[in-house]
Write a protein that binds this ligand. Structure first.
Ligand SMILES: [Zn+2]
Length: 263
């Protein structure tokens, strides 16, 4: 999973990552920037260092490895240099599935992460590009994280994963990002006054504020993959859209790649 900042994959795909990890699959989170602009009081190398440590702790709690690329936060461009970094990461991991944001988003770093991963979606198999890291023999399946943006087209939940049973662990993992969950996001979102002072209350509060509502489209996708009865009981879900540029999976491929579906 590839996000722009060292808490993006966590929020958008963390539950699914836990499920994969519990089944013995290897999951990596990559943050394309070091997060060094995401705080109201701290910045630069000091902030990047703090966020790297938070990401490592979150990775442990999710059961994933966590890489952070040393590009500045808030300044990401879809340059050739960063495209090559992304190609290298996907190849080194020999990824079967790559998940990133869509290139429509309020945050330019998210948008350009979407563009960078799309730009890698064919090039990972081209040997002459980044020749020092051998090209993949097989193009991975590329997916997008869920978002709420409507233009130019709304997110389409091709795959919906029931994360109800691991939601508490997802929240506990997000709790590792203290600088974001309890400081920066509440500050920039003008709800800093709501953050519980008591540490024990914080995760309960996170579970409410960080929950992603199940949209009607996601519920319909849950019915497809889990059946109507099971789908009606799902309380927390994460959904993904198939990108048109990588390997194109059919329903059988999706069941093989996401063995948790239907269970
Ligand atoms: Zn972000």
């Amino acid at each position: 999973m590839i996000g722009a900042h060292p808490d993006d994959c966590d929020q958008d795909g963390g539950g699914t990552a836990i499920l994969f990890s519990k089944m013995g699959y290897a999951v990596k989170f990559v943050s394309v920037t070091n997060g060094d602009a995401g705080h109201q009081a701290s910045k630069g190398a000091e902030l990047a260092k703090r966020r790297f440590a938070e990401a490592q702790e979150a990775g442990k709690r999710f059961g994933v490895t966590y890489d952070v690329l040393d590009n500045h936060d808030g300044q990401l461009m879809p340059s050739l240099e960063v495209r090559f970094q992304v190609i290298k990461k996907i190849r080194e991991w020999n990824a079967d599935i790559v998940i990133s944001p869509r290139p429509n988003d309020y945050h330019p770093d998210h948008r350009y992460t979407g563009v960078l991963v799309q730009d890698a979606a064919y090039m990972v198999a081209v040997p002459d590009i980044v020749p020092e890291t051998p090209a993949l023999k097989k193009n991975p399946v590329f997916l997008y994280f869920q978002d709420g943006f409507q233009r130019p087209n709304p997110f389409r939940p091709d795959i919906s994963v029931d994360i109800t049973n691991v939601f508490a662990q997802k929240i506990h993992s997000l709790d590792a990002h203290e600088s974001q969950m309890y400081e920066w996001l509440p500050w920039i979102g003008h709800y800093a006054g709501q953050v519980p002072k008591n540490k024990n209350e914080r995760e309960k509060w996170l579970a409410v504020t960080r929950d992603i509502a199940i949209t009607p489209a996601v519920r319909t996708a849950l019915e497809k993959w889990y059946g109507k009865d099971k789908a009606s009981q799902v309380q927390h879900a994460e959904a993904f859209e198939i990108c048109e540029y990588g390997e194109q999976p059919n329903d059988e491929d999706i069941k093989r790649l996401f063995p948790m579906l239907g269970k």
